[in-house]
Ligand binder design. Structure first.
Ligand SMILES: [Fe+2]
Length: 180
């Protein structure tokens, strides 16, 4: 698949998650899940773009303004990563969590709009169709590898959490026994 088609597919998937957030009331259990899915998808997406796509465009761009556009995309990724970081903070109530998800969604929408216009047309200008295709293959492979890695570490985290929960429960039981 060519790189532009691959990225468009990712954008569509994330746009769908953003729409689902809008439909949820604050405190809806699905919001946490949507947040996790968005964080994972965007982290992988940003990583492959920053590793394979943007540097190629930055190096091949002929105009200063085109390089500014590429750096703008990098900077927008930094903002998105910061917003993803907020989701992991525990100092928030249900309304705040939904607000953070919405701000993340708005930023992603803005970034996607600029990427699909400015960045994609720069890519079409400086890369040959075969290069777009090859880049797409490389990025797809990297993406699959990263998703497998994330799934593995998620599995480990879940296991660790359930052990901690069990340990805490055991500890509570012990404390209760002592009090009696
Ligand atoms: Fe991007």
């Amino acid at each position: 698949m060519d790189v532009l088609a691959l990225l468009k597919q990712d954008h569509k998937m994330v746009a769908n998650l953003i729409d689902q957030v809008q439909e949820c009331e604050p405190g809806d259990e699905r919001l946490r899940e949507l947040g996790e899915e968005m964080a994972q998808a965007l982290t992988v997406h940003a990583a492959i773009e920053e590793k394979f796509f943007y540097p190629e465009l930055r190096d091949r761009a002929e105009e200063d303004e085109e390089r500014v556009d590429v750096f703008e995309a990098f900077t927008e990724h930094d903002v998105v990563k910061h917003l993803i970081g907020l989701l992991k903070s525990s100092r928030r109530n249900d309304e705040q969590f939904k607000a953070e998800l919405q701000v993340l969604g708005e930023n992603v929408k803005h970034h996607v709009k600029e990427e699909e216009s400015t960045i994609f047309s720069l890519a079409r200008e400086v890369l040959e169709p075969e290069e777009l295709e090859q880049l797409g293959e490389e990025m797809e492979t990297a993406k699959q590898r990263m998703m497998r890695g994330a799934a593995k570490s998620n599995g480990r985290k879940k296991k660790a959490t359930s052990t901690t929960t069990r340990r805490k429960a055991a500890h509570k039981g012990a404390t209760r026994k002592k009090r009696r």
